[in-house]
Design a protein around this ligand. Structure first.
Ligand code: AGP
Length: 610
């Protein structure tokens, strides 16, 4: 997610813009820039790749002078981090300037249309298309031109516009991304997030989708795209500055758990045709023949990403009928894997900088494999080294414990399996429609689940003092159990172990004694009865059984001490929902034990050492 700031008033804009952007640094970014309306009426744009310090250095001694401006910290989605791809973006003449947070889904179509009219582009971004579209649609009125642009673009966005022809105002709007207007005395502010303006004002308008705000020095008005005025209620910000960085959540981990409806929706954007119920990957340059020619897939990753890879194995084998091996990256490179030119190696990495995964990627390339990176950071080392990249759009993940990255990774793997299945003729149209319909419901189902977590808080308090906890399941439930155990271990320091439910009796059952919590995932219908017998197996040893199953499954309560119900969905979609209670359980257990949730001992967010 990018950071946006805007200022118009009686003071110099640049210092506010830079300070506001520094307050958004926690969101993670790879480049920054500002645009300021100078006294001569020209909008001056300064931007560069890197952190704010690089921009400050660039502005040393030649800070733009002016009392209106916009600023942006970029978290790259389209186009790698570079000076040219940094925001603000302008049209060719520089008369129209825009900053943007989000994804313009139809930017390629618009870009082709504009290029057909002779427009040229200097960046790889979707945002520059918006600036050129402003120039193309300009009808003498800044406001009406913005409305015309909004009628042409599709996707998710927070946008702030400046225009040299009408320079005593900033215009802002949003869809599916946050945006607020800060109300001052003879000055007003715009920001993507409260931290940027909280030191200047606590009185805000929280913008809603489709609202267009026109912000002048001494007045602000809001209307809809038809020009109908909208009366906004002033929202007084009560948070302290530190809480504000976390969006009001106590920890980044909880904030990121709650961002999952949006991160899942964003990762589907541009790949899921909701009308056709069809999945495509415009960014993947594969022909059907190339996909058909893949004899084997190797999935290589570490930690949570490795667990996402295990889920991916089930998807790719069952939906695309491609044999898959999943390896821990640090093992892959030393086991002389039988990788060759007919293999595809998929490396999964949230940060795109994990050293073990990078080394495995290089080993796979050395052996002649085609490579695909699934990563959350545009232009990361792994993204640059792989032949092709499939980005998750989870936004910056700050907490060491990976949550929203995991769900967007397994979403990406499921969509990839469906896509590959269609190209290989192993996925019939009806099945794709059913899966697509199920996927489209997931963001709202996740949202509903996150609305009611009281039962999970109770379990976390009740069992948070346990020294050993087991997670068991079969098939995809086992794959999710692995992730649940890692979450609990890494932030609550409880010794947790995931085990294939059918394997318990071959040894580990010796550890199941009275009072040991055993979390049983029971969402996979084809192995449900077997899973129930495993529940009885551990219950017979006086374990405390917490089952996770679908709403409406009345039988689970007969075998479990407690049941956490999740919305009913298809077996392939179940991991996207079943992992949520496990993420929350680990979070609240860590709180119960007074652990440092966002920065657990001994761990780093990105492991760039081997
Ligand atoms: C997960 O919660 C951990 N933070 C860790 O296992 C992480 O998933 C692993 O280090 C891989 O990181 P990556 O996805 O950035 O490559």
């Amino acid at each position: 997610m990018c950071g946006i700031v805007g200022y118009i008033g009686d003071k110099q804009a640049a210092p506010f813009l830079l300070d506001g952007m520094s307050k958004l640094e926690y969101r993670g970014y790879d480049s920054a820039g500002i645009a300021v309306l100078e006294e001569d009426g020209h909008i001056c744009v300064d931007k560069c790749v890197g952190h704010l310090d690089a921009l400050r250095k660039k502005l040393e001694g030649n800070m733009p002078k002016g009392t209106a401006g916009i600023g942006h910290t970029r978290w790259a989605t389209h186009g790698r981090p570079s000076d040219r791809n940094a925001h603000p973006h302008t049209n060719t003449s520089g008369k129209f300037v825009v900053v943007h947070n989000g994804i313009i889904e139809n930017y390629l179509t618009l870009k082709e249309e504009l290029m057909g009219k002779g427009y040229t582009f200097v960046s790889e971004t979707d945002t520059e298309v918006v600036a050129q579209l402003m120039a193309d649609l300009y009808d003498g009125s800044f406001e009406s031109t913005v409305k015309k642009v909004l009628k042409r673009i599709k996707g998710s966005y927070s946008l702030v516009f400046m225009c040299e022809y009408d320079s005593d105002k900033l215009i802002c709007t949003k869809k599916d991304n946050p945006l607020i207007i800060g109300l001052g005395e003879d000055e007003n502010f715009i920001a993507s997030d409260i931290p940027a303006i909280i030191s200047c004002t606590r009185r805000t308008y929280v913008m809603s989708d489709g609202e267009i705000g026109t912000v002048c020095r001494d007045k602000v008005w809001v209307e809809d795209i038809d020009g109908t005025p909208i009366t906004k209620k002033v929202f007084e910000v009560k948070w302290n500055a530190e809480a504000v960085e976390k969006g009001g959540f106590e920890h980044f981990m909880l904030k990121e758990i709650y961002e999952q409806p949006k991160s899942i929706r964003d990762t589907m954007t541009g790949r899921m045709d909701a009308e056709e119920k069809k999945i495509n990957f415009p960014e993947l340059k594969w022909t059907a023949e190339e996909i058909a020619g893949i004899n084997k897939i190797f999935i290589v990753a570490c930690g949570t990403a490795y667990h996402a890879g295990i889920v991916g194995k089930y998807y790719l084998e069952q939906l695309a009928h491609i044999p898959v091996e999943v390896d821990i990256a640090s093992e892959f490179r030393y086991r002389a894997p039988l990788v060759d030119g007919s293999s595809l190696t998929i490396v999964i990495s949230q940060s795109g900088e994990t050293s073990d995964t990078m080394a495995a990627l290089r080993e796979a390339r050395r052996l002649g494999s085609r490579t695909l990176a699934v990563t959350n950071v545009v232009g990361s080392s792994i993204a640059r080294d792989a032949d092709q990249v499939l980005y998750t759009y989870a936004g910056p993940e700050i907490a060491v414990a990976s949550t929203k990255a995991y769900t967007t990774q397994i979403l990406a793997m499921l969509m990839l399996a469906i896509y590959a299945g269609r190209l290989r003729g192993t996925m019939d149209r009806d099945r794709e429609i059913v899966l697509a319909e199920g996927l489209l419901e997931i963001p709202e189902q996740v949202h509903q689940m996150l609305e009611n977590v009281d039962q999970i808080k109770i379990f976390a308090r009740r069992y948070g003092s346990s020294e050993d906890v087991f997670f068991i399941g079969r098939s995809l439930d086992y794959a999710v159990a692995l992730e649940g155990a890692l979450k609990l271990k890494e932030i609550s320091y409880i010794h947790a172990e995931a085990y294939a439910a059918g394997e318990l009796k071959h040894g580990t059952l010796a550890l199941i004694v009275e009072g040991v919590p055993v979390i049983v995932l029971a969402t996979q219908e084809d192995v449900y009865d077997k899973t129930v017998s495993n529940m009885q197996e551990v219950k017979a040893r006086e374990a405390v059984v917490i089952a996770i199953g679908f709403e409406g499954d009345a039988s689970l309560a007969k075998y479990a001490d407690h049941v956490i119900y999740i919305p009913s969905t298809g077996k392939y979609l179940a991991p996207l929902l079943a992992v949520l209670p496990l993420q929350l359980l680990s979070y609240y257990a860590a709180l119960t034990r007074g652990c440092d949730v966002d920065k657990p001992r001994n761990l780093a967010k990105s492991v760039t050492v081997e």
